[in-house]
Every structure is written in structure tokens, then in C-alpha cells.
Ligand binder design. Structure first.
Ligand SMILES: Cc1cc2nc3c(=O)[nH]c(=O)nc-3n(C[C@H](O)[C@H](O)[C@H](O)COP(=O)(O)OP(=O)(O)OC[C@H]3O[C@@H](n4cnc5c(N)ncnc54)[C@H](O)[C@@H]3O)c2cc1C
Length: 509
């Protein structure tokens, strides 16, 4: 393969060069932070538009955000805009959503999950009056966990085991060895309320029956700052971040597939693209899946000490997702913005997905209807939707090319039977994303949708570090690194870079 060396940095731009591999939220946030610290930043994205899991599909007049739609912790986004000298509100309107989620049980009973304390108490009492005091105790526990898990530990780099050792007393005091479902069950008796209050780990790729109770902090985060929708779709946030990077004099280069992170004398020196172009850099940040970065992107000649292929293989990876995006020629006004449709099984279904890696016949679904809040997402009189079903990652051996249409049709039939009558006749546009797409397009190891599973022994110091343990001047952000998946998680991973990436002036010295 011929090797072309990219032109050196412009003589008029003396800033040190940072290359970011991947334009997911973690990568874009890292780029803004490095730009604000005096780096000239180039983001390299293999796909033809930015956003990673948050890429936007426009089809037949409908706008489909491919991934994240539940925006929490808006202050993390506001911070990025402030670093670039702007205000988030000038570029994107975040609109609060209520209810946060409508949870529909298999028997048709519904629970409206909101941020309003009185309304929540009333909903809890409607299911089981005896659980109202326990609900208050659960909320207090969730806040205490947030104060430590998010405020104290969320932005710590955990580069040394000593930082982990310092966190252990707090983690033990908060009962982090217990699972989220275990914590909820300590306070709540009613099985259905236990489900309602314990599903949050699924939003970051975790099984409520295995994820550490530290993830119960999400309940407080949502209640304190709300659940929001970015008007115009999550894509508006992606475009906003790209605008910030360009405003700092950085660039986001699409269709740029990184084949290798080049290394000399134990330090990253830049990247080489699939077409052979070499791009030198003073620091390299990988927003590609952490497992994939170590298995495939690090120079072949470099011997890995910690993240060997063997260790990655034995790590537990999150579930994957089957996502069906569809548009209807009519509107379903009584369907909330976010609906969770629970199937007949909860614990056993999760066991099939996470432990047995078996694609079950039944499913639990999350249905997104952005047109409940923003009519611009679909042509007049129409609704845009996506529905996602948590499924095992590729270790299930499922041949998605064969199974996808049958699986989609089963979901469509269930939605038609429950809350979208007449759906099949009203469907005017359709596309799917399967675990195979997570693997082939987004380069996610095992097709996992959220990187490594959020387990206590795969968190903080135990997770791939934000400053690479393998190579100097290489940094990692995104769902597979600390603190983990979800928009707040990956935005925090970028924030850790402020602690571990040297100042621009030092790099040039
Ligand atoms: C369907 C779905 C719904 C979700 N819903 C929510 C939600 O409502 N709220 C929430 O907070 N979170 C949600 N999440 C989780 C959240 O979207 C992710 O955790 C987060 O967006 C991941 O960001 P990331 O920084 O890890 O980058 P990613 O989005 O994983 O992007 C990584 C990028 O790197 C690129 N890349 C990889 N390898 C290379 C290479 N070699 N060269 C160049 N580019 C490369 C990829 O193409 C990709 O664009 C959802 C996830 C999914 C899948």
C-alpha cells in the first residue's frame, strides 16, 4: 500500500495537533475541550455523517435520530458551549418532557414516571400504598449515590489503582456491591414497582439484576435536571457540537476510516487511514469502541500489557439492540414521547439477553415518538417512531440477515395489538438496525450497543482508562471507557481528558 503523508500543519497555525478518531458524542466533546485548551483538532469519522450512535437518518420526509433521544444532565452540554464561548440555548432548544416515561405492563396497566414528586408518590400509591415510605427512602439513597458516584467520582481519571483504593470506602458505605434491583427491592415490596424503579441500567447497557447499585444515581439525575428532547432531534446537538469545533478552527473529516494508531518509542504519533494517508499528531484520542481500539487499531507491532485480545474476550460486553425506525401516515396522539412496553417476563428475559445470549421469542420494547413533542420530525399529519428491543450481542450466533424481517414483523404485530392500532396499514417508511450493524458500521466488538457491560468489576479503574495504559499520548473516550455509556457518561469521559491530557504548551515544549 502506498503511504502518502498528509501536508504538515499550516505555518499560520502553530497549535499542537490532536486527532480524534470517531465523532460520537464522546469524540465531539473531547474535540471541543481540546480546542478550548489550545489544540488544533481534527476529528476523523469513517461514516458519511457525524454522531456515531446519534447519526441521523432522513428518509421519505421523516427524520430519525438513530440512537440517543433522552437528554439528561443538560449542564454537561452547556459546559461545552461555554468552553467555546457560546450559549447552548442560542443553538439548540432543549424541551423538558413529561412524563419522562410511560411504562406499560403486559396486562395493560400503566405507570407514568415523572419528575414531579407528588405525582410520583400518587403513582406509587396507586400500585401499592404501602410502598410510599420506601419510595422516599429509595430516592434518598439515589441522591446519596449521585453525590458520590457522579459528583465525586464521575470525572476522576482512575489512572492509578490508588484512586480506586481511595473510592472503595465510599463505594462500600453506599452498598455498591448490591445490584440496582437489589437496592430497589430493599425499599419496595411491589414487584411491578420494583421493575419501574430498577430499569435504568438498561439505558446504559446494564442488567438491573447485575449492575452495581451505583447506577441508581440515574434516577436522581433525571429527577433533579429533568428529561429533555432536543428540538429538531438529537442531530441538532451533533450539528451544534460540529459547529463549535469548526468555530475553534478545528475540523470534522467524514469518510475517513482510521486503520491504525501509529506508535513510536511507546507513544502515539498519529494515525494512518485505510487509504494509506498518514496523519501525524501530538496526541491521539480514540472515540472508537475501546475493545475495538485495542484489538484492531493499535499498531500491530505494539505488545499490549493490559488489554490483550484474551482479556477483551473474557470481558463481559453489554447487550445489543434491534431498532426499527418507521413512519406512519397518521398520528397516534395518545402515545407518549417515551413508552416502555414490558413483555410477560422481566428477570428471565434479561437472563436470556445478558447471560444465556439467546434470542427469545418475547421482548420488552422502548418506543420513541418524537412527533409527540416536535412535529418537524415527520411530514404533516404523520408520526415518526423508533422502537428498540434489547437483544443479545453477537455471541448469540443469530444470523440477523435471515432473522431481521421476521423479528421486525413480530414487533410490529405486538405494537399493533397494544398501542398502535392499524400500524401495519399506516406504515409508510421503514428501516432497521441490528447487532450486525453495530459490528459492521460502528465497529463495536461483539456488536454490543454500549461497550463493556457496566458491572462493578468493569467500572472505574477496572474499565479501559481514559489515559491509555498501553501507549503514551493515546487517550480514550466514549461508552467503553470510564465512566461508561449514555450521553452523560460519554460527556464525562471527555471531561476526564482535562485532567490527563497535557497542556498544549507542554506538548510543544
Ligand atoms: C439505539 C440507542 C438508543 C440510545 N438512547 C440513549 C438515550 O436516549 N440517552 C442516552 O443518554 N444514551 C442513549 N444511548 C447510549 C448513547 O447513545 C451512547 O452511549 C453514546 O452516544 C455513545 O457515544 P460514544 O462517544 O461512545 O461514540 P459512538 O456513538 O459509539 O461513536 C463512535 C464513532 O466512532 C466511529 N469510528 C469507529 N471506528 C472508527 C475508525 N476506525 N475510524 C474512524 N471512525 C471510527 C464510528 O463510526 C462512530 O461514529 C442509546 C444508544 C443506542 C444505540
Amino acid at each position: 500500500m502506498s503511504l502518502t503523508l498528509e501536508r504538515p500543519p499550516s505555518p499560520t497555525d502553530p497549535r499542537p495537533h490532536a486527532v480524534v478518531v470517531g465523532s460520537g458524542f464522546g469524540g465531539l466533546a473531547a474535540a471541543v475541550r481540546l480546542g478550548a485548551r489550545g489544540y488544533r483538532v481534527t476529528v476523523l469519522e469513517r461514516l458519511d455523517s457525524p454522531g456515531g450512535r446519534a447519526i441521523v437518518h432522513r428518509q421519505d420526509g421523516f427524520t430519525f435520530d438513530a440512537g440517543p433521544t433522552i437528554v439528561t444532565a443538560p449542564f454537561l452540554l452547556e459546559e461545552l458551549w461555554a468552553l467555546a464561548g457560546r450559549r447552548l440555548a442560542d443553538d439548540v432548544e432543549l424541551r423538558p418532557i413529561t412524563p419522562f416515561y410511560r411504562i406499560r405492563f403486559h396486562d395493560g396497566a400503566q405507570f407514568d414516571y415523572t419528575g414531579d414528586a407528588d405525582a410520583m408518590r400518587a403513582e406509587v400509591a396507586r400500585f401499592n400504598p404501602a410502598d410510599v415510605p420506601g419510595y422516599a427512602r429509595f430516592l434518598a439513597a439515589s441522591e446519596a449515590i449521585f453525590r458520590v458516584g457522579f459528583e465525586k467520582l464521575g470525572h476522576v481519571s482512575f489512572a492509578h489503582w490508588t484512586s480506586m483504593a481511595r473510592a472503595v470506602p465510599d463505594l462500600l458505605r453506599l452498598g455498591s456491591l448490591r445490584t440496582v434491583h437489589g437496592l430497589v427491592s430493599k425499599h419496595i415490596q411491589d414487584e411491578r414497582l420494583r421493575t419501574v424503579l430498577s430499569f435504568h441500567p438498561l439505558l446504559v447497557g446494564g442488567n438491573p439484576f447485575s449492575a452495581s447499585s451505583i447506577y441508581a444515581l440515574i434516577a436522581f439525575l433525571e429527577r433533579r435536571w429533568g428529561v429533555h428532547f432536543a428540538m429538531g432531534g438529537t442531530g441538532a446537538l451533533v450539528q451544534g457540537l460540529v459547529g463549535l469545533i469548526e468555530g475553534q478552527g478545528g475540523q470534522v473529516r467524514l469518510n475517513s476510516d482510521v486503520a491504525e494508531i501509529t506508535v513510536a518509542d511507546g507513544a502515539a504519533t498519529g494515525v494512518r487511514l485505510q487509504d494509506g494517508t498518514a496523519i501525524p499528531a501530538h496526541v491521539v484520542v480514540s472515540n472508537a469502541d475501546a475493545s475495538w481500539t485495542y484489538r484492531h487499531l493499535l499498531s500491530k507491532g505494539h505488545k499490549r500489557r493490559r488489554w490483550t485480545d484474551r482479556r477483551i474476550k473474557w470481558s463481559r460486553h453489554s447487550m445489543s439492540l434491534f431498532v426499527w425506525y418507521f413512519g406512519t401516515s397518521r398520528q397516534y396522539d395518545d402515545v407518549a414521547h417515551h413508552t416502555i412496553l414490558l413483555g410477560p417476563r422481566y428477570k428471565e428475559l434479561l437472563r436470556d439477553i445478558f447471560k444465556r445470549h439467546r434470542l427469545a421469542d418475547d421482548f420488552s420494547l422502548y418506543l420513541h415518538r418524537p412527533t409527540a413533542t416536535d412535529n418537524s420530525m415527520a411530514p404533516p399529519g404523520c408520526d415518526a417512531f423508533y422502537v428498540l428491543s434489547p437483544v443479545p450481542h453477537l455471541d448469540s450466533g443469530t444470523d440477523w440477515a435471515v432473522v431481521a424481517e421476521e423479528y421486525r414483523a413480530a414487533i410490529a404485530a405486538e405494537l399493533e395489538r397494544t398501542i398502535l392500532p392499524g400500524l401495519q396499514a399506516a406504515t409508510v417508511t421503514s428501516r432497521v438496525m441490528t447487532p450486525q450493524d453495530f459490528h459492521d458500521r460502528l465497529l463495536s466488538y461483539r456488536g454490543a450497543a454500549f461497550g463493556m457491560e457496566p458491572l462493578l468489576m468493569q467500572s472505574a479503574w477496572f474499565r479501559p482508562h481514559n489515559r491509555s495504559e498501553e501507549v503514551d499520548r493515546l487517550y480514550l473516550v466514549g461508552a467503553g471507557t470510564h465512566p461508561g455509556a449514555g450521553l452523560p457518561g460519554v460527556l464525562c469521559s471527555a471531561k476526564v481528558l482535562d485532567e490527563v491530557v497535557p497542556d498544549a504548551a507542554t506538548v510543544l515544549a
